[in-house]
Design a protein around this ligand. Structure first.
Ligand SMILES: O=C(O)[C@@H](O)[C@@H](O)[C@H](O)[C@H](O)CO
Length: 320
């Protein structure tokens, strides 16, 4: 397993911090840390990978900031061009040796929280979702779309991109809808259960059509985490390591070592399925001295998470 961190595409102190805690594998996610761009051009991507390589860091995943928008999710005119660009991205990443792309099928609203400053351990801050609070907000301006249309559009996408991913040697990991609900303020969601993933994985039966196992979302679904990891087995292409207390109606994100999930058993399950891909801490608490202007993606909590993950990995090494 390769413990990775989201790092900005341009070098800053976070590259050094990663290396100091022994992380030499990067996830580039420009929508969270970066300029929000969605590049596909070889020149841009190779500039990134070369710069990382010069610093002794491999790019393991391109996440979120990929050329895939609601044009494709909602099946609007222009989706064929967008899908073509996504295929160009896959070919270029394949050539550059970037093995995984993480994408999602959340139309209209990205991952959603109703509170981004919930007091946690020692005055740190975490995020929370409460569906009642969400419904009190102004209705989002998202065109009506039926659940089955979202499925049809996802099928259309996968049938076109998975063969290209296979040829390019790049694995796709579909991120769950966050929160994993039937809808968020009336906007339908489809990637919200183990059964939904079984359906996704059957659309194209290929190891290149896989899961981003965002643990906190599966915890919010209320499923048994180790059992679900074993259920998906070699179709897990990327892991987001995090936890929540609560369910998809209302939850609070927790410190990695303080939620309800048995994190050691989860690590053991990844080991048992032979998972050897990237695993990154996701959504960390904001700690003292940090501004909380990027909730979930500040720095200090991620350093703590890396140490905790490494400790768990050492602990299961050789254990039953
Ligand atoms: O929930 C998050 O923080 C992230 O995991 C998402 O930004 C996720 O990376 C994207 O939805 C993937 O496309």
């Amino acid at each position: 397993m390769d413990v990775s961190l989201v790092l900005p595409p341009e070098p800053d102190e976070r590259w050094d911090l990663a290396k100091q805690v022994g992380v030499t594998s990067a996830v580039v996610h420009t929508l969270e840390i970066g300029d929000g761009s969605r590049p596909s051009a070889y020149e841009t991507l190779s500039r990134w990978t070369e710069r990382f390589a010069d610093a002794g860091i491999d790019v393991a995943v391109l996440e979120g900031g990929v050329p895939l928008t609601d044009t494709t999710r909602l099946g609007r005119p222009g989706r064929d061009e967008e899908i073509e660009e996504f295929c160009t991205l896959l070919r270029n990443l394949g050539e550059l040796g970037v093995p995984v792309v993480c994408y999602d099928w959340m139309a209209g609203i990205r991952w959603a929280r109703t509170d981004t400053a919930v007091p946690a351990r020692g005055g740190s801050l975490t995020t929370a979702y409460d569906d009642e609070a969400m419904r009190e907000r102004p209705a989002p301006d998202v065109p009506d779309i039926a659940r089955e249309e979202l499925w049809a559009n996802l099928e259309y996408f996968l049938e076109r991109v998975v063969p290209v991913a296979e040829e390019a040697g790049v694995k796709l990991g579909l991120h769950p809808d966050d929160p994993p609900r039937e809808d968020v303020h009336g906007v339908p969601r489809i990637v919200n259960s183990v059964e939904a993933y079984d359906r996704v994985l059957e659309i194209v039966d290929s190891e290149h059509n896989g899961v981003t196992f965002c643990q906190g979302n599966f915890a919010a679904m209320g499923v048994d985490i180790p059992e679900t990891i074993r259920h998906f087995g070699d179709r897990i292409n990327f892991v987001h390591f995090r936890d929540v207390d609560g369910d998809a109606d209302a939850f609070v994100e927790t410190w990695h070592d303080a939620g309800s999930t048995d994190m050691r058993a989860a690590m053991a399950a990844y080991r048992d399925i032979g998972f050897d891909g990237p695993i990154r801490p996701d959504h960390v608490p904001t700690m003292a001295g940090e501004e909380n202007d990027n909730p979930g993606y500040e720095t200090k909590g991620r350093l703590f998470a890396v140490g905790y993950m490494r400790g768990l990995l050492d602990g299961i090494d050789g254990a039953e």
